[in-house]
Design a binder for this molecule. Sequence first.
Ligand code: ATP
Length: 301
Amino acid sequence: MSLEVSQLCKNYGSQKALDQVSFEAKPGRILGFLGPNGAGKSTTMKIITGYIQSDGGEVRVLGNDALSNSKKVANLIGYLPEKNPLYSDMYVREFLNFAGGLYGLSGNKLKIRLDQMLEKTGLIPEQHKKIGQLSKGYQQRVGLAKALIHDPKVVILDEPTTGLDPNQLVEIRKMIQEVAEEKTLILSTHIMQEVEAICKDVVIINQGKILAADSLENLQSANQQIHLILETEEEMELAWFAHLGEVHFGQKGKKEIRIQISDAVQARKSILKVLQERNLSLVNLSQFKKNLEELFREITK
Ligand SMILES: Nc1ncnc2c1ncn2[C@@H]1O[C@H](COP(=O)(O)OP(=O)(O)OP(=O)(O)O)[C@@H](O)[C@H]1O
């Protein structure tokens, strides 16, 4: 396992920001780290990367304890913080050169790595511009190149696509996927479609506690229940459909009933029978499966 986080705790004064947070990240699989605002995502990432200390628990990076081997672990991790801190007066190449130097790279090795990172992040045409002159999307690329300059094994990206236009978003996501092919990558994001598009594993945190940690596939298949929305002209009673599964009224009050079922064909037949017997006029009968967004809202509400 490249990254093991176990039983992390962190308090800010009397507030418990992290409460026994544990999860693992594997190489070659992007782990989506999800949670509502204030859930504890950035705090977890800052502890993993050594920016702040925990009040308890353990972080192991490629088997190294992050607390007792902080220097070694810092070299194994690349981090793009939420508020990407860049020196806007520095030139792109100059800045990345400086960042590489901080990790002990120099001479030809630094030059080769610098060229590789500029190429990988599409920054070659921009390398002689001042960072402050770049668009937000290109500034994020500089942040990504900085996080990767020392060729870390574990990469942590805190909301890297927030505020990007749709074109930049697609390009940065593609870059993230390429990076993840050879690294362990944790991606914090609020965008559920992003998780469904590029993550293999998912951790959901809320109020400092882990609520789910599994592969995206397992989470989705555990929620493969089908939902039917039934709408009629007349008011209905939940009891008429209770034999089919879990039932509750929908947005249109008693004229809309939502039913969670496992056998859609059988359920539709039964519903039509009830409608006929009670002489109800059907307005809509549709079915859907929960996506990650709905699952997230249900878990964290
Ligand atoms: N330095 C600090 N001092 C006091 N409280 C803090 C500090 N940093 C974070 N917190 C609190 O700890 C909790 C977790 O914050 P954190 O920034 O880790 O959440 P987050 O999941 O990253 O949120 P967001 O998605 O909004 O960035 C929040 O309630 C926040 O107000």
